[in-house]
Design a protein around this ligand. Structure first.
Ligand code: B16
Ligand code: MG
Length: 212
């Protein structure tokens, strides 16, 4: 086997919480009178919560203190977490479920590499709380994608070298993080046409062909 481990991004790869992120940021931006739309929201993919807030505040005429920014991020997260409670096993597609089970059968170590500090909550909601061999997420890193830290930690948690792991990403920031960490990257969505992507994927299940 060319790889021993596979490291999956969460949002945009395993499941889709981007609409909830959008709605929660939109509610905060509206309250603050800041212009925010879906195009700006696209720039938040794979980016940490505080870095996302900074992007939104680019359109604010007012500059806020660090304390105010932390309160805004907490306010957004509270709204977002309420929305996460609506998620269930139905939010995991049959295609993703079957592909993960088949990869496990083939003997790959499977890990998560996500910027989200809500990773464990989301995995629990969609019925994957105990599925992965390791979880590296926003709670164990100090630098967000495109820094490779989250993937390097994931590789370390499964005891593998970057060159022996494949990263699966949807965001350009994530594909760049994979490249900078020395990982090959399978890219879906936006990341499928990123310069740092090794294997463009049309469907998640295409992984089974790449990893034959
Ligand atoms: P949280 P990923 C990322 O998840 C999201 O794509 C990004 O939009 C979000 O800002 C980030 O997690 C942080 O999320 O506020 O829950 O800590 O794509 O890296 O799985
Ligand atoms: Mg993502």
């Amino acid at each position: 086997m060319k790889y021993k481990g596979i490291i999956f991004d969460l949002d945009g790869v395993i499941c889709f919480t981007d609409e909830y992120h959008y709605l929660a940021w939109k509610a905060l931006a509206d309250r603050l009178g800041i212009y925010f739309d879906r195009q700006i929201n696209n720039r938040l993919r794979g980016v940490s919560r505080m870095a996302s807030l900074e992007i939104i505040l680019e359109n604010s005429p007012i500059s806020y203190s660090q304390q105010e920014k932390e309160a805004f991020a907490a306010e957004k997260n509270e709204m977002y977490r309420k929305m996460l409670l609506n998620m269930s096993e139905d939010d995991l597609s049959q295609e993703v479920r079957d592909t993960l089970v088949e990869l496990r059968k083939r003997g790959y170590l499977l890990a998560i590499g996500s910027s989200s500090r809500n990773t464990r909550t989301i995995l629990g909601q969609i019925g994957l709380g105990d599925f992965f061999d390791a979880i590296s997420d926003g709670t164990n890193i100090t630098h967000s994608k495109p820094d490779p830290e989250v993937f390097l930690k994931a590789a370390e948690f499964i005891d593998q070298k970057p060159q022996d792991c494949l990263v699966v990403e949807d965001a350009s920031s994530g594909a760049e993080a994979a490249f900078r960490g020395g990982f090959d990257c399978a890219g879906i969505g936006e990341a499928s046409h990123d310069i740092h992507t090794t294997y463009p994927l049309e469907h998640f299940s295409d992984l089974l062909t790449i990893l034959e």
